[in-house]
Design a protein around this ligand. Sequence first.
Ligand SMILES: [Zn+2]
Length: 211
Amino acid sequence: MKSHLIFIGAPGSGKGTQATRFVSEKNFKHISTGDLLRAEIAKKSELGIEVKSVMDSGQLVSDNLVIRLLQANINLEDSQYIFDGYPRNIAQSMTLDGEVLKDSKSIAVYFKIDISKLVQRLTNRRTCKDCGAIYNLVSKKPKIEGKCDQCGGTNLIQRADDKEEVIENRLKVFQETVNPVLKYYQDLGRLIEVNAEESPDVIFNMISSKV
Ligand SMILES: [Zn+2]
């Protein structure tokens, strides 16, 4: 039986890179609830109209609405899915199991990385003020220092939310909410941990061997 994947990891842990590879090389479908919400609104379906009215009124989209959105958009028999960025807390994990995944097989993959390493990675991030292209002063430098490869702009800035204390705080909050989620999957024997500091190839092969 095929396994679906639930990716859990802090921003900067490299789970986006792996999701892209599993989509292109293993035929997985990538589920981002944000993308689904936008697509449903664009479709103007009954559900989309309901989502739009909730968002327009400034409220958060409820877990129930997200579940209905998933139910309407995925076919677990036909495809293998990667859930990315959802579930974010234990209540969502339980609902995802009970209402969506049910009897189908799924594995949670935790991209484990040392917080201080992650802070370093994220504080090296620079964004082009003109076109939004993202660089990293260590791992993805622009070809000419200080100049955007895409648009030639010279305003490569550190965004306010990429500052060290903001990142540290965001990661602390992330870790606190994610711990119970990890324990939930671990208790069910459905958790694998990958060392997010390994090379993307090593991580890809490791996860591939489990699905
Ligand atoms: Zn640019």
